[in-house]
Design a binder for this molecule. Structure first.
Ligand code: FES
Length: 178
């Protein structure tokens, strides 16, 4: 039986549109296990793209609308690294902590970002601009140490490169009129 979830109406409307476009009328319960899992991941991806992250009330809203247990959604959002249950910054700085990058100083690069952005790894800056995330091998070990900011890859870095990287992504926002 559907029930009311306390959620931003704009978020609810966005989720309703996503479900209407992709899920069968009866929700996901009637799909087989594989279809259901694939459909759920697609809906969660689209919802995260729209809202930015998947907080608990959004997961509850989805569970209600899709007629599936909240625990099933929670299981997916906590299993897959691509899903964020906390707000993330406009730019995610993913610093590779794989072996090649680690031995070439990735730890010092993370520490420099932490110092300059005044956050710890895993956190988001107060202005919502940056999230700092150590990650596994990015597959560009020849460029170690490597990081990505959004889709852009930066390699052979030293802590001295950190201020310029921050400035590069900070500057364009100064002229924005949001
Ligand atoms: S170890 Fe960093 S890219 Fe592979």
């Amino acid at each position: 039986m559907p029930y009311e979830i306390d959620i931003d109406p704009a978020w609810g409307a966005a989720i309703d549109r996503i479900i209407a476009a992709g899920a069968p009328e009866q929700g996901l319960l009637n799909e087989n296990c594989l279809q259901r899992s694939s459909s759920l991941i697609q809906i969660l991806e689209q919802t995260q793209k729209e809202i930015g992250y998947l907080p608990e009330n959004v997961q509850a809203y989805l569970a209600n609308k899709l007629h599936i247990p909240l625990s099933e959604i929670y299981g997916v959002t906590t299993f897959y690294a691509l899903f964020n249950t906390e707000p993330v910054g406009k730019h995610t700085i993913s610093v590779c902590m794989g072996t090649a990058c680690y031995v070439k100083g990735a730890g010092e690069i993370v520490a420099e970002f932490e110092r300059r952005l005044n956050i710890e790894a895993g956190q988001t800056t107060l202005d919502g601009l940056f999230t700092l995330e150590p990650c596994r091998c990015l597959g560009a070990c020849g460029l170690a140490p490597v990081l990505t900011i959004g889709d852009q890859v930066y390699g052979r870095l030293t802590p001295a490169d950190v201020p310029d990287l921050i400035e590069k992504y900070y500057l364009p926002t100064k002229g924005e009129s949001t």
